[in-house]
Design a protein around this ligand. Sequence first.
Ligand SMILES: [Mn+2]
Length: 707
Amino acid sequence: MTQSFNRQLKEAAEVSISEAEEICFSGLLEARGLYDAAAQAEYLDPLSGDFFDPFLFKDMLLTCEIIAESLLNQEKIIVYGDYDCDGLTATAIVVRLLRKLNTGADIKYLIPDRLEDGYGLSNKTVNSLITEKPDLVITVDCGINDHQEIERLMQAGIKVIVTDHHQPDNAQVNPALTVLNPQLADSGYPFTGLSGAGVAFKLAQALVLYLENDEIDLSPALCLAAVGTVADSMPLESENRILVALALSVFREKASLGLRLITEKINNSAKLDVSFFSFSIGPRLNAAGRMGNLTPAITLLLSDKTEEVENALAELEELNEQRKELEQDIFSEAITQIEQMPLAEKQNIIIIADKEWHPGIIGIVSSRLVERYTVPVITFAGSEKGLQGSARSVGDFDILAAIDSASEYTVTYGGHLQAAGVTVKPENYSMFRQCLLDYASANPIKKSDIEEFQYQYILPHCILTEHLAKTLVMLEPYGQKNDRPSFVLENLKIEQWRTVGQGKHVSLTLRLEDDRLVSAIAFNAQEFSRLFRQNDLVNLLVYINWQEWNNRFSMQLQILDWVVPASGNLIWQDCARVENTFQLDNQQIDNLLNMYGLDKKQFEISNEQIIAVTRYIQQYVADLEGGFNITLLARAIAREMKIFINPFILTRILSMLEEIEFIESDQIDKSNRRVIINNDSNQRKSIQDTETWQNLNAQELMLNVKR
Ligand SMILES: [Mn+2]
């Protein structure tokens, strides 16, 4: 599909640049499921789009009647929310609106404690609700499957309204008076992708209409809903796209005081985009729940008093710092555990545990480990109920089905294909783990889902123009189901480069085939100077940025990945595939030679090569700690040490150096590794005692290697 598209694009570019650009852009739209002109036009102008009528929810009218009556009678209302960013913003939307309506009703909220109560209604939180004696409880972002708890509240004479967006367990009807959930088969609502805050926003829209109140500005609610939508990773399509685009356009002026202050503090100059919600606001609000202190988060969202909000913000900042520290500690400990595991216990799925780890942090740690190792990960921490785990998947691997296969060893579990939570008793942990390792080795992930580089649009150089960069801006806001497009550019020549940001990043000038120059930035590219020289040709995976600087716009490539253009044989072109074949064939070389018609000499390893790699590592170890691409490193060593070497040979030598404990090394992803020199080890084996040497020697691949 992509291949034929790339061919079409290349052919069009030879005839007409503007036509090729059009093909490229409509290809991006079609990849988003937008085929006809009307749908495309609507998509490209989300600010002019319309929200769906909130009364399409079949329970909305009755919900408004119940709430309006409760307000009129000055009853006590408790909004029951959730501790994550979506739940907190949903709570704030409803509480703020009901308080604004200012009818003298008593508006309170209750949010369960992440660590003590867990998600949703529970026996304990129902008890506290009953003690509070409210007349009405409105749940937000939870409640859809808490039938027994809702039953208890109703029996205590409390009216209950459920607003939620989680998947209903359809076996039973929720006993609440009304239920607003777009996921219900008969909800009446045309769009299922709303977040909890999104549903709360629809309720706010409806209530204002129902009460015929035209004084209340819903912009602050809109901004809260946008933050919840993005933080909860909801698809940025249909109504969510309109909601987020609108919120971004008014955020600095119209968001609630806390959100405005947080924005001023963190981002006062750059254009606001979705990543600000997901990487700046989201983690700060979530830190409160994770660290078990929700007060500053909810104060930030509810209060309109500057001093209160400023204090809350400072406290959140502090909690977020603590969260980061804890996360870093757990993350490094996790890596140490993983590095000590035999390959069989980490090549298809990684399952790690430490009862000292903080249960509020393990979800983020799992996500980071998935990013690093590209296999599904379950991280367990200690909790009152036993070992509490947080699972994250990758590709098409169904993590819930995997846990299902070991359900006999679990206490509770739930979630979906990509992410799940699970609790096991400590005495069952090793059985659970073995069961999942077996499941994962029987159902390995399809690596092709992860190796995206090969499946991107290859952009002909002539259509890389400022016009294209400007056009791409129309696809924003980017997010779930609306990924930022990345492109492959082949055979760019490195014209000039310099390091920026205290040597951490590299700013480059690249020459296109038609001799035009284009600027590019590579973040965290310390290894650059070792791997590239001026005039080198590179293939890049890039974002095309259209960015503002001092009121001037310009195009800049943001480099996501690089490789050397395919040259020589398969060992260079596709070392991941060669490695895979070698691994799958129990490290036998014969198949590789037959299948790919390669010469055995290409795989022979000499003493000189081992010495060259060792010297290179000693000299440039600082560059290698941050990670490197194996192909690029092989080329750099060949150039620097003036020796024949390729990625296959380099990989084998690294294995041997690791086995004699000269280095420690780990795989970051399919083609990137990290290496550090092992300073602790004093009793080193000789190279010839390593498994790798013996295996290769048995296949007559080791040339004259001396002790
Ligand atoms: Mn949610």
